[in-house]
Design a protein around this ligand. Structure first.
Ligand code: 5GP
Ligand code: MN
Length: 333
């Protein structure tokens, strides 16, 4: 837990910080936040992720020092810290540095994190890992200046869906209050993250809307984009994850998905969101994916068409099965 993490941080000087593949706002915000906390404690850190950070997060102070594997891997480190990764394979291959004997700190908020580090602070009550880093900063007694507040605010805003998901707690709002007091300009952050779209990107959304598909009377809705459309919009499959907002906004939808074809036959990336009792992390885990109860992802070695057929068919069956078990319990739906 938090105390053990702080103790372990106190023992070392050179940290390698890493977050998950296709890093999102919480991943990047948490690692930059942690780097700022470590710097305030007189320690050095290097940030290396399995893949590059998205364009819309490059405005963050310090983002230009975030490396992508294998950059920087030859340096010397005393400790390895993984943030916002629910499973060890999410930080692979950067975790290669964590050979035997290297302390491996695991800070994360995914339900079902299997404590893959040597020191673990995993707490699914947090809506974002950024909130954990904020608590760490306060417990360490470091000064919360703009360079720390900004990445933490980005982590908080993105992982709570701009304070709209069920993981948005009163303490998330208290943290936002404190960070705004430091001088964050919410309009500026919002513009940088959500309102810097290119025409190509907006056309991609239009295409997702036009090709919106539904089944089970709209209880399941999804959109799909192929690699060519992503390439012509100039974004990658990770940056296109929020296309899921299109099916998610359908009235009465219980399960929303977005399918994005990866380049060069690398399969299809799928995001899932649940607005009911269905646990999308458990469903994603069947295919080697994971995430949270209400937001999860997976990658399938299949074409865009095959992936939709297989996942939607399995999802329909799983939802109908859940209906039956809830009806059996006499639980209200
Ligand atoms: P998103 O759909 O926003 O990419 O991801 C939603 C959640 O699922 C996040 O918590 C993310 O870390 C997790 N997730 C997304 N893709 C994968 C994946 O391929 N494997 C695992 N284990 N988790 C994933
Ligand atoms: Mn997160």
């Amino acid at each position: 837990m938090l105390e053990r993490i702080l103790e372990e941080i106190g023992r070392h000087d050179r940290f390698l910080i890493c977050s998950h593949d296709a890093p999102d706002g919480d991943a990047v915000g948490s690692e930059l936040g942690l780097a700022a906390v470590l710097a305030s404690m007189g320690k050095t850190s290097t940030i290396i992720n399995p893949s590059p950070i998205p364009e819309n997060l490059r405005f963050l102070p310090g983002a230009d020092r975030i490396l992508a594997y294998p950059q920087g891997m030859d340096a010397q480190f005393d400790a390895f810290v993984s943030v916002d990764a629910g499973r060890r394979d999410r930080v692979h291959p950067v975790d290669e540095v964590a050979t035997t004997g290297v302390p491996f700190l695991n800070i994360d908020h995914h339900d079902g994190n299997d404590d893959f580090g040597t020191v673990n602070w995993c707490d699914a009550r947090y809506g974002s890992t950024g909130e954990m880093i904020y608590d760490l900063a306060r417990r360490a007694g470091v000064d919360i200046d703009l360079d720390l507040a900004l990445p933490l605010y980005v982590a908080l805003v993105t992982d709570t869906g701009r304070f709209s998901y069920g993981n948005t707690t009163p303490s998330a709002h208290r943290m936002a209050e404190a960070l705004l007091e430091v001088g964050i300009a919410p309009d500026d952050v919002h513009r940088r993250i959500y309102r810097e779209k290119t025409v190509g990107r907006i056309r991609l959304e239009a295409s997702a809307m036009t090709h919106l598909r539904t089944t089970l009377e709209g209880r399941i809705a999804w959109c799909a984009v192929d690699a060519e459309a992503l390439a012509s919009a100039g974004i990658d499959a990770g940056e296109a994850r929020d296309l899921i907002g299109v099916p998610a906004s359908l009235r009465g939808v219980e399960l929303a998905l977005s399918f994005r074809e990866l380049a060069a036959g690398a399969g299809t990336k799928i995001s899932l969101r649940s607005f009911g009792p269905f646990r999308v992390n458990d469903f994603a885990a069947r295919y080697g994916g994971g995430g949270h109860r209400v937001a999860a992802g997976l990658r399938l070695e299949a074409t865009l068409e095959e992936a939709q057929e297989r996942i939607i068919r399995d999802l329909e069956a799983a939802l109908v099965e859940l209906d039956a078990s809830l009806a059996g319990e006499g639980a209200p739906r």
